[in-house]
Design a protein around this ligand. Sequence first.
Ligand code: ADP
Length: 167
Amino acid sequence: METKQFHFQLAPTSCQTMVRQLFAKYELDCANAGITYTLDMAKSEDEEMLLTVDTDRIEQVYANIIYNAIKFSAKGGFIHVHVDIKGDPRQLVIRVTDTGVGISEEDLPHIFERFYKVSKSRSTSGGSGLGLAIAKEIVQYHGGQIWAESRLGKGCSISFSLPVHRI
Ligand code: ADP
């Protein structure tokens, strides 16, 4: 599944609206997994800025990150979504932090590669190892970046950025 074969339907959308809708869609999944799921949107005078994105594709990116966060967290864990608009040129940055098993220093540089899966023993719920590679292609198509910060046993943060523009 190469990005080139995806059909992207770009449309202008408000940062606020997109983030709130994305967040709300996964509240039930987190609750069912016994995970506390919270959102904080940093206050900014840029709040009314727009993104020109394919919202279904961005949801695919967000869903993959959230489902991994759920999959690698234990009941009683936390998933925190932090949203900010920053930088020059302005970017929307969505950071999803979990309190799950984390990723080792050795594996961290590879998690966005196709078919990469961290130690087979951990991958009980049978992912394809493709989710984050596809997420990276989608984010890059939109002119953004995706990256991870983690330490084994210390949870994981996956962030992605998307360019924003004025109304
Ligand atoms: P899959 O589709 O198999 O879930 P991904 O491409 O989404 O694969 O992720 C690649 C690997 O990165 C996963 O197999 C997992 O080992 C690791 N990973 C991704 N997100 C997390 C996370 N939140 N916590 C711990 N490990 C993670």
